[in-house]
Design a protein around this ligand. Structure first.
Ligand code: NAD
Length: 505
């Protein structure tokens, strides 16, 4: 593991980045364009090494690293390079008041300065490099402080990035809470923090001291609403979203990176009558994804399959219990740390719901089986905080209005997912709830639609990222108005001395 950056080095880097920004080096189109191509090259050249880092940090499969990190960094950096000229172009403002005749007005987007990027452990590549490519496109300098928990990946970024992009403008510092606290005492021109809401409050307080603008990319409990009560209404009918299809898509969203994704479906709200069929569909998807042996659930946590609620008590040791221990598959990642692993185990022990799929774990590798829990009611621990792991509670509702009311009783989520064939319900849900995004018919896949702004609202954060939205976040709209001498006849009346009539005295 690379050493943490010393306080002296942090101070020197801070000074150097501001000096570079003031020099104007990062502002020309050609510079930004070249650095974006270099960032894409970094991801391309180091794809295998980055996959290995994430295997070590999170046990993540190479395919997930390529899909979720490496390819998005390459494609978005290239796309940003391609669209940069259009993003940077000043926007002409049409003026219409008679006295504005001859004025020229435009809005230009100028870089804010030096951006501080604080990123978390769950997607340490994309969540560090997505704000970076937008900072580069915006003409800013940037400092990345990646998470100390994903230390293989963070160290690799610190050791390698500077070989591709200019280190006088873009740097990585390594460290834990003391280093981050020190970084936050310094003045930045924008802070982009991705992580949990508790630390977001610390970051916000630090930013407030310098009146620094802030992007907060947080998490929360993203609900999945399944509306299986209505057949397709449009004619001719589109292919309906069936429960088996919904189940596959939901289970994938919940198990990628072992559920440690800010946009992971946190819980399902489904009409009571369809829950047995939904569980059957989830079981089929489960067996298809993990053909070795889906656990029959619960030996470790004392809840039996199918709602038996059979208390078996906890087994000795850390190895998952049940027949032969926890499911073993290379398609599932592990839990990042002992603390998070203990937190998830405690949730499974404390829930009053019934585990119908999964429920076992392996303490040595910090693996937890994807676990589906039914009979979960308001007040249950699984509905308390963001789960951030492979546990999927299903809550029964009596109507779609109940589902909407349930979502509205809680903090605004990052994403609301809808699986429905009813256009009216989709519109109703969108107009009567609040969330960072509404994603329909799938989970997770929508985050790949990079042209659509991404971000939270309220407790799930504020500010927007991805492509042009990120460019706008790290630039400011600078109004430029030019009034020519020919406008003087229209303006003559404004000069003193004022007449008695115009002073009103
Ligand atoms: P984490 O523990 O890695 O913390 C995030 C960053 O904050 C790290 O760089 C860490 O060093 C720093 N940090 C931690 N404690 C600090 C302190 N006391 N003072 C200053 N800095 C501190 O990651 P995490 O918070 O566990 O990340 C998971 C959370 O992030 C989840 O809530 C998830 O939903 C959210 N998330 C959101 C997005 C998004 O795009 N909206 C993406 C990924 C994760």
């Amino acid at each position: 593991m690379a050493k943490y950056t010393s306080f002296d080095d942090i101070l020197n880097i801070h000074t150097e980045l501001h000096t570079t920004f003031r020099s104007g080096k990062t502002k020309p189109y050609a510079w930004r364009h070249h650095q974006l191509l270099q960032l894409a090259r970094f991801a391309q050249d180091n794809a295998a090494a980055l996959a290995e880092c994430l295997r070590l940090d999170l046990g993540r499969a190479k395919q997930e690293v390529l899909m979720g990190d490496v390819i998005p960094v390459i494609s978005r950096s290239l796309l940003a390079a391609e669209q940069l000229e259009a993003w940077m172009a000043p926007e002409k403002v049409q003026l219409c008041a008679p006295w504005e005749e001859g004025y020229s007005a435009s809005v230009e987007r100028h870089p804010k300065g030096v951006v501080l990027i604080i990123s978390p452990w769950n997607f340490p590549i994309i969540l560090s490099l997505q704000p970076l490519y937008t900072a580069i496109a915006a003409g800013c300098c940037a400092l990345i402080k990646p998470s100390e928990l994903s230390h293989h990946t963070s160290s690799f970024l610190a050791q390698t990035l500077h070989k591709y992009i200019d280190p006088s403008a873009y740097r990585v510092v390594l460290g834990g809470i003391p280093e981050t606290t020190m970084v936050l005492e310094l003045k930045w021109d924008h802070i982009c923090y991705t992580g949990n809401a508790r630390v977001a409050r610390i970051v916000s307080a630090a930013a407030a001291k310098h009146l620094t603008p802030l992007t907060l990319e947080l998490g929360g409990k993203s609900p999945v609403i399944i509306d299986a009560t209505n057949p397709p209404k449009t004619s001719p009918p589109p292919s309906p979203i069936t429960l088996p299809l919904a189940a596959r898509r939901i289970l994938l969203g919940k198990t990628l990176n072992a559920g440690q994704i800010c946009i992971a479906p946190d819980y399902i709200l489904a009409p009571r009558a369809i829950i047995p069929e939904l569980v059957r569909a989830l079981r089929e998807a489960y067996t298809a994804f993990y053909p070795l042996r889906p656990s029959r659930g619960a030996a470790n946590v004392g809840v039996g399959e199918g709602g038996g609620g059979e208390e078996q008590g906890e087994e000795e040791g850390e190895e998952g219990g049940g027949e032969g221990g926890a499911l073993k598959t290379d398609s599932l990642g592990s839990i990042i740390s002992d603390t998070h692993f203990e937190r998830l185990k405690a949730l499974l022990r404390a829930t009053r719901g019934t585990i119908v799929l999964g429920g076992n774990w392996d303490g040595k590798t910090r693996w937890m089986e994807p676990t589906v829990v039914v009979d979960v009611e308001e007040g249950d621990v699984l509905l308390d905080e963001e789960i951030f792991g492979p546990i999927l509670p299903i809550v029964a509702v009596d109507s779609m209005d109940d589902a909407i009311a349930f979502v509205n009783r809680r903090e605004h989520p990052l994403v609301s997912y809808i699986f429905s064939n009813d256009e009216e319900f989709k519109r109703k849900f969108i107009s009567s709830t609040t969330s960072g995004s509404v994603w329909i018919g799938d989970t997770f896949q929508q985050v790949g639609v990079s042209q659509v702004p991404f971000g939270g609202i309220g407790e799930s954060g504020h500010g927007r990222q991805s492509m042009k939205a990120g460019f706008d976040e790290f630039t400011y709209a600078r109004g430029v108005v030019d009034i020519p001498p020919e406008s003087e006849p229209f303006l003559a009346g404004r000069y003193p001395p004022y007449t008695a009539e115009s002073t009103g005295r």
